[in-house]
Design a protein around this ligand. Structure first.
Ligand SMILES: Nc1ncnc2c1ncn2[C@@H]1O[C@H](COP(=O)(O)OP(=O)(O)OP(=O)(O)O)[C@@H](O)[C@H]1O
Ligand SMILES: [Mg+2]
Length: 161
């Protein structure tokens, strides 16, 4: 499965989500590749820190920095080698974001929603803890889309609907 985390907005937790997903998936015994498609390379920087902190055990996943058309080509080639590929991209409309969108099975779009809070809770706009983050989810149709009534397309059965 290729999973991309992207948004044209910066600072909405894309990298945080991508690296946590890579770690969570690697704990399920899968061969995980984390692709850092952001020129700022924050996912690569995190991976270096994690490697240092784990005393030589490695980060638990493979990380590589790829951009633009090269990201698309390499992700397609490496999809057969890895159980899961997680792609992090920068918070702008870039070639890397577009490449990630074209190869991903699932696209997660983190959104900042500071106006939302659990029902009944007290809002403290000054507190970052009261600014929950939410994520949108897109599932890509990669093969054989079936037509539904009214011309709507059925989500891929492989992705569990
Ligand atoms: N769920 C969360 N709750 C509170 N803070 C968070 C959460 N997720 C991330 N942050 C913090 O928000 C900041 C931005 O997170 P992150 O770097 O993951 O965003 P980004 O979308 O990747 O940013 P960029 O567009 O610069 O790549 C960081 O300081 C991070 O620690
Ligand atoms: Mg980031």
């Amino acid at each position: 499965m290729i999973l991309a985390v992207g948004n044209i907005k910066g600072g909405v937790s894309k990298t945080t989500l991508a690296i946590n997903l890579a770690i969570a998936l690697s704990r399920e015994d899968s061969d995980v590749l984390l692709i850092d498609g952001d020129e700022l390379a924050t996912a690569m920087a995190f991976t270096s820190l994690r490697t240092s902190a784990r005393n030589g055990r490695g980060p638990g996943y493979t990380a590589v920095a790829l951009h633009g058309a090269n990201l698309r080509t390499q992700a397609r080639q490496m999809a057969a080698k890895y159980s899961d590929i997680v792609i992090d991209v920068g918070g702008r409309d870039t070639g890397s974001l577009r490449a990630a969108l074209t190869v991903a099975d699932i696209v997660l779009v983190p959104l900042e929603a500071p106006q939302l809070r659990p029902l009944g809770s007290r809002a403290d706009p000054q507190s970052p803890g009261n600014q929950p983050r939410t994520a949108g989810l897109c599932r890509h149709q990669r093969s054989g889309p079936a037509e539904l009534p009214h011309g709507r397309r059925q989500p891929s059965s492989r992705l569990g609907n």
